[in-house]
Write a protein that binds this ligand. Structure first.
Ligand code: S3P
Length: 431
């Protein structure tokens, strides 16, 4: 078996056009809502990657027929109460979105099910959904005092919930909104600050009774969803690696096509602009209720350090690793604080970025809730690790392009979670 590693050298140029794979968050939600709707739904430009396959497999295990022709799925939804008790344990793989959102759905279904996942997922916090879903009346048990997967759920007729979430999390919010579909009265979910809002945009399009007022979302259940034909825009979080690479390689010029630019997702652009980057949006349009654009960036201005605080974190939550790489190559000392959530992602991303960038000669300070990065003009190629985390593998590949000398990334196949063709796409633009 080939070793799971890849070598990446310094990029002398980074030029051309690139279209990112489909949005992961929207792809998960399209499978879930189509499965719960009554009738035949179509999902075009669905993300074919390990995480979204986990959601497809979960709904197949719950009795939903899904046919796939490349990136087009046809889903034969059976209505809110059409799912059937799975005969085995549902494996959510590495996907936090799958396990948390599906837990919300299963809480309203009157059968028994067990959800588990890989080693990383079995160590990710579940109390954040178990506690409010239990308040709604579901019976849920999990490992280690109801904290970690496997999670066993016996659904029930749910009671309405009035809940102020302690952390901004789209997975928690979406899990509770999906449970809210099974509750005849109105539930109210309030976030401390706005996390990605794809669920709130999609649910009404499928016919749900949902209202957003500031940070409060109200949902009234008991109404069947109608199937739709939906097209998934490109994933900003995948484009992010190419945007930062374009800013770090001198003389680069890149256009990322068909990228979702929902403002709850594009905090990285704000941060990079604060660092002096010039990034241009062209051909802005709307696809399936989501804003989309082509993004043009070039490596003209050298980046400067920036100080980022808590309120910016939710809109750049998945871009923390690649933002650390931008900071590592910027002039001055960058701090990112109020980011403790990064410790409970696919890896502890504060620790993993500190250790891997450290190997390339970057001086780092690690804080409980963030990181301090002393930018340098001479990052050195090194042997680094993905820690089984797709976004760490991709961020370190971007660092490798800007470093002097070759870098070997071990555990590079982690990219299959969200962007299986990542290294080919990167190679296509760099030389
Ligand atoms: C996601 C929400 C975010 C994000 C994850 C995808 C989603 O997680 O990090 O990659 O699709 O809802 P949290 O809700 O835990 O912040």
């Amino acid at each position: 078996m080939a070793l799971d590693k890849i070598e990446i050298g310094t990029a002398r140029r980074f030029k051309g056009e690139f279209t990112p794979p489909a949005d992961k968050s929207i792809s998960h939600r399209a499978v879930i809502l189509s499965s719960l709707a009554k009738g035949k739904g179509i999902v075009r430009n669905f993300l074919r990657a390990k995480d979204t396959e986990s959601t497809m497999n979960a709904f197949r295990a719950l009795g939903i027929e899904i046919t796939d022709e490349g990136s087009t799925l046809t889903i034969y939804g059976k209505g809110l109460y059409g799912l059937s008790e799975p005969s085995g344990v549902i494996d959510c793989g590495n996907s936090g979105t799958t396990i948390r959102l599906v837990s919300g759905v299963l809480s309203g279904n009157p059968f028994f099910s067990v959800l588990t996942g890989d080693n990383s997922l079995r160590n990710r916090p579940m109390a954040r959904v178990i506690s409010p879903l239990s308040q709604m009346g579901a019976q849920i048990m999990a490992r280690y005092g109801n904290k970690y997967p496997p999670v066993a759920i016996k659904g029930a007729q749910l009671r309405p919930l009035r809940y102020s979430m302690p952390v901004a999390s789209a997975q928690v919010k979406s899990s509770l909104l999906l449970a809210g579909l099974y509750c005849m009265e109105s539930s109210e979910i309030t976030e401390p600050s706005r996390s990605r809002d794809h669920t709130e945009r999609m649910l009404p399009a499928y016919g749900a009774d949902l209202k957003v007022e500031g940070l409060k979302v109200t949902i009234k259940g008991g109404r069947e969803l109608s199937p739709m034909e939906i097209e998934v825009p490109g994933d900003f979080s995948s484009a992010a690696f190419f945007i930062v690479a374009a800013l770090l390689v001198p003389g680069s010029d890149v256009i990322c096509r068909n990228v979702g630019i929902n403002p709850t997702r594009t905090g990285l652009l704000d941060a990079l602009r604060m660092m002096g980057a010039k990034i241009e949006m062209i051909n802005t349009r709307t696809i399936s209720g989501e804003p989309v654009a082509d993004i043009h960036c070039s490596g003209k201005a050298p980046l400067k350090a920036v100080q980022l605080s808590e309120e910016m974190i939710p809109s750049l939550i998945d871009e923390f690793p690649v933002l650390c790489v931008a900071a590592a190559a910027a002039e001055g000392f960058t701090t990112i604080r109020g980011a403790a959530e990064l410790r409970v992602k696919e890896s502890d991303r504060i620790r993993t970025m500190a250790s891997e960038l450290g190997k390339m000669g970057v001086k780092i300070e690690e804080y409980n809730d963030g990181i301090g990065i002393n930018g340098t003009a001479d990052m050195k190629g090194a042997e680094v690790e993905s820690h089984g985390d797709h976004r760490i593998a991709m961020a370190m590949a971007v660092a490798a392009l800007a470093a002097e000398g070759p870098t070997t990334i071990y555990g590079s196949s982690a990219v299959d979670i969200s962007f299986p063709t990542f290294f080919d796409a990167l190679r296509g633009l760099s030389s």
